[in-house]
Design a binder for this molecule. Structure first.
Ligand code: NDP
Length: 519
């Protein structure tokens, strides 16, 4: 077993020491089929114990203040850069993704996020002195204050163990909460390594804990925390929301997507083809905001399809042996392979043509050929259900109106993109798309803008990460009104009620709100 895995095995063995619910969980490298480590399956009792420890640790962490917490997070930023090779190897070993996918979309994201939240938390969560037109509080100090909720639960998926699982812990910690992270059972190792790194950087004991386990561990976590941040499927997201509703705790949900790309007849076709290829195949298509379907206006359809097919055909798929070795890595989650095969078979059976790819690559490891499908329509699963694989179905449309209609014909609404040389027209169309984010002449790039909210419309989720809302959701709001010491002994509207005072007050309201014309 390599050093990274040995280190992780040691980590996982000493991890928590809490009661296990079931058999240890083997962690497989999807690119080789080898078991690289095992982690404990922690049950409800262990989660409850962790929650008690987290609650005990939280006030101390909150007392660090923004400056103290920022120091730890900035140290963690440098730790991540100093240990990037080990973190990338760990991500690659449990996801089977390429070194570039791990480096760019995971290390790059987390490096940025540590610095961003360390610096921005004090602004986003600063006390706000509120100005009011309300006459009854004239002369009083009015403050909106954000205070940490206490204990945050983060449940993460397997496609981005650092960005999507661990990434949501950063703003929750920056706000002064303690956090329990339940990573996917498929990819728990990166989270364990990051928790170890944060301890080295001075994060106090039990402020961040990793609850390894299966779905039941996630369900147990929702029962314990003050707020839950969930990323994963719409199906599980609904269950999490139901529990949160019963417990009356806030939930933020980032769920599935079926992101459309619209290529208008005045688009730069070469750029559009490069972006379609990259953002559908990047991370082997296992990104919630991957391009999952393309609508192309008739005049540029043939040119676009020819270019995309040629580019996709040139991609190398297989076990990542190091940087630069392959473009498309493994299918991380075993059942995902069945979904991908099912969507391709369903499309072909209903009349679609496979221009390149179309099949599972024979083992070892779990890979699917980068695939381009044409002659597709909305009777096919590949155009309506989340595929989450390296497939790109392309559909010809009469005009932009048809493209908009079809793009919006989806239960999902996470991201979208529009390609047009006329950026005003592109923006106008982007505004009509039912999606939490829409990029013009680009795709997915909004995710890197941490100042912008990232969240889904429709069945793609509730709430958002990033931006002011992405940290305020980990806080409760407190309204504070302070009356100066030289105040009157009592207010005019208080007891005893007198008819003269009541008439005066009625006149006062008329004066305030009753003047002016009536329609
Ligand atoms: P899930 O939604 O089932 O899992 C996401 C996380 O929730 C995992 O950590 C999982 O644990 C946990 N979980 C499972 N059941 C419960 C529960 N009852 N209560 C609380 N937490 C629970 O996603 P999958 O990993 O099974 O993937 C299924 C599909 O979801 C994919 O095919 C893909 O279409 C979509 N998906 C979307 C993602 C996105 O970024 N929006 C990311 C990943 C997947 P465990 O893994 O241990 O079961």
């Amino acid at each position: 077993m390599a050093t990274v895995e040995q280190h992780l095995q040691d980590l996982t063995q000493t991890h928590n020491g809490a009661a296990h619910a079931g058999e240890d969980i083997p962690v497989e490298n999807p690119a080789t089929g080898e078991i690289v480590a095992t982690v404990p399956d922690l049950g409800a009792d262990a989660v409850a114990e962790m929650a008690a420890q987290a609650r005990a640790a939280q006030p101390g962490w909150e007392a660090f203040g923004f400056e103290g917490r920022a120091r730890v997070l900035l140290r963690a930023q440098k730790w991540l850069m100093d240990n990037a090779e080990q973190v990338v190897s760990t991500i690659v070993s449990e996801t089977g993704k390429t070194f570039e996918d791990a480096s760019l979309a995971e290390i790059g994201y987390a490096g940025n996020a540590f610095g961003f939240w360390a610096k921005r938390a004090p602004n986003y969560l600063a006390d706000e002195r509120v100005k009011t037109s309300q006459k009854l509080v004239l002369g009083k100090k009015i403050i909106l204050r954000y205070r940490p909720l206490g204990l945050i639960g983060v449940i993460g998926p397997w496609n981005y163990p650092l960005t999507n699982s661990f990434g949501d812990c950063i703003p929750a910690l920056a706000a002064g909460n303690s956090v329990i992270l339940k990573p996917s059972e498929i990819t728990p190792l990166t989270s364990l390594l990051m928790a170890e790194g944060l301890r080295e950087c001075g994060l106090p004991e039990n402020v961040l804990q990793i609850a390894t386990g299966r779905g039941e561990t996630g369900a147990a976590l929702v029962e314990e925390v003050d707020m839950i941040m969930f990323t994963g499927s719409t199906r599980t997201g609904r269950k999490v929301a139901e529990t949160a509703a019963r417990r009356l705790i806030p939930a933020s949900l980032e769920l599935g997507g079926k992101d459309p790309m619209l290529v208008l007849s005045d688009a730069d076709v070469e750029r559009a083809a490069n972006f379609a290829t990259y953002y559908s195949m990047q991370n082997a298509g296992q990104t919630c905001i991957s391009i999952e379907r393309v609508y192309v206006e008739e005049p540029v359809y043939d040119d676009f399809v020819a270019k995309v097919a040629e580019k996709v055909r040139a991609l190398r798929v297989g076990k990542p042996e190091g940087p630069g070795s392959v473009e498309v890595g493994a299918i991380t989650f075993p059942p995902q392979m069945e979904t991908i095969k099912d969507h391709v078979a369903d499309a072909v059976q209903k009349g679609a043509r496979v221009l390149t790819g179309g099949s599972e690559v024979q083992g070892p490891g779990r890979f699917f050929e980068p695939t381009v499908l044409v002659d597709v329509d909305h009777s096919m699963k590949c155009m309506t259900e989340e595929t989450f694989g390296p497939t790109l179905p392309i559909m010809k449309v009469r005009d932009a109106e048809e493209a908009v209609r079809l793009a919006n014909d989806s239960p999902y609404g996470l991201g979208a993109s529009v390609f047009s040389r006329d950026t005003e027209r592109g923006e106008a169309i982007a505004r009509r798309l039912e999606a939490g984010a829409a990029n013009v002449n680009d795709a997915m790039i909004n995710y890197t803008v941490l100042e912008l909210p990232m969240g889904g419309a429709k069945a793609s989720g509730l709430g958002s990460r990033h931006g002011a809302g992405g940290i305020r959701k980990y806080c409760s709001q407190q309204a504070i009104v302070v009356t100066p010491k030289l105040a009157m002994k009592k207010e005019v509207f208080m007891y005893p009620y007198k008819s003269r005072t009541s008439r005066l007050l009625a006149g006062f309201f008329k004066l305030l709100y009753g003047r002016g014309k009536r329609d």
